[in-house]
Ligand binder design. Structure first.
Ligand code: EPU
Length: 343
């Protein structure tokens, strides 16, 4: 087990923020993790689990011992009349995994193509796009409790998934597992027979343009990749963490109040009667698109995405985020909640 010192983290976070890990260990397998946890020196050390770094804002050097999860492997572990059960190591790249499942003939993840990050990070914030969330395709996961060193398995109900939320984002004081669980493997249940999930405006536009009525999973995958590339920045070229804020939920009364003032507001009705507002629209309406604070900016094509214009610090990103929160709050009375974890 090698403990690396003063490791640059710029390439380990999709925002491309410059920061260092005082100490970092690469975890390539469950046995490597057990060896680390059995090591008397690291037992007492505070630990920080790092996946693909696609949903974090680093505001300085990371002092806790960084556990960089690099557990690999992808395989079919079961098949029933209703689903393929496919497992991946937490360190697998998410998009490569989606692509692999399609090539193997196990469709179902195509609407979540091109989401940056790793498989192990996907359940943490219950990633989702174009009408499919991780929880819709989730079977179970394996993790290790960093406090007790014990491995455990959770099913979907135990993960307490919500919109960009799970038990892994909540502190132990709220019965959560934040900072405590290291996810090692995730299993997906990919339903049979496969059926395209349509309905999103961008996808419907592709159907109309192409004249295709029943797209294949590969066709959906290609469309989703095209849609995302057209409106979201590629983190390899422009540092970002995807949507920076969650889409807020309001009551029909609150929404009616906003519509009375801003008839153009974009909103969606949820099954439970609540209404979800497009945070990107709210931010855009406040004039933030293309604006910057220092080297942190608001992406020109999608106001919900904050970007690193080159050399941005985590402090600059958070200053910009707070300024956006303030102006959206002053105009609409809504406090936007950030999606990424601030470290
Ligand atoms: N809009 C604007 N101006 C903007 C941005 C958006 O007016 O600058 C309007 C759009 O015209 C559209 C609406 O807001 O009518 C919604 O925009 P979009 O379809 O781009 O989706 P979103 O709500 O901004 C969410 C997810 C994305 C996911 C897409 C597609 C959240 C926080 N974001 O974005 O997820 O890819 O839907 O399903 O739920 C992520 O979480 O990192 C992420 C990229």
């Amino acid at each position: 087990m090698l403990i690396e010192k003063n490791v640059p983290l710029q390439a380990c976070n999709s925002f491309g923020i410059v920061a260092k890990a005082h100490c970092l260990v690469r975890i390539g397998s469950e046995s490597e993790l057990q060896a680390l946890l059995a090591d008397p020196e690291s037992v007492a050390q505070a630990k920080f689990v790092l996946g693909g770094g696609s949903n974090i804002v680093l505001t300085g050097d990371v002092k806790p011992l960084v556990l960089k999860v690099e557990i690999k492997g992808r395989r079919l572990v079961g098949e029933t009349a209703k689903a393929f059960i496919v497992e991946a190591g937490a360190g697998e790249n998410w998009h490569d995994f989606v692509s692999w499942t399609l090539n193997q003939g196990y469709p179902g993840l195509e609407n979540m193509a091109l989401i940056p990050g790793t498989v192990g990070a996907a359940p943490v914030q219950n990633i989702g796009a174009y009408g499919v969330e991780l929880q819709d395709r989730f079977d179970s996961l394996d993790a290790v409790d960093l406090n007790t060193d014990k491995p455990f398995t959770l099913n979907a109900a135990q993960c307490a998934f919500g919109y960009r939320d799970s038990i892994f984002k909540h502190q132990s004081s709220n019965l959560g597992l934040a900072g405590r669980a290291l996810i090692t493997r995730v299993r997906f249940s990919l339903p049979k027979p496969w059926k395209a999930v349509l309905g999103y405006a961008d996808v419907e536009k592709k159907l109309l343009e192409s004249g295709i009525k029943q797209p294949s999973a590969q066709q959906m995958f290609q469309w989703i990749c095209e849609i995302r590339r057209a409106k979201l920045p590629d983190p390899a070229l422009v540092g970002n963490a995807g949507s920076f804020f969650k889409n807020p939920t309001v009551t029909p009364e609150q929404c009616a109040d906003i519509i009375a003032r801003d008839p153009k507001i974009v909103y969606y009705h949820l099954a439970d009667g609540a209404i979800k507002l497009a945070a990107g629209w709210l931010i855009d309406a406040c004039g933030w698109k293309g604006k910057s604070v220092g080297n942190a900016g608001v992406y020109e094509k999608q106001a919900l995405v904050l970007v690193n214009r080159g050399g941005a610090t985590g402090g600059e990103v958070m200053t910009l985020a707070k300024a956006i929160q303030t102006s959206v709050y002053e105009r609409f009375g809504i406090l936007l909640e950030p999606e990424p974890v601030v470290v």
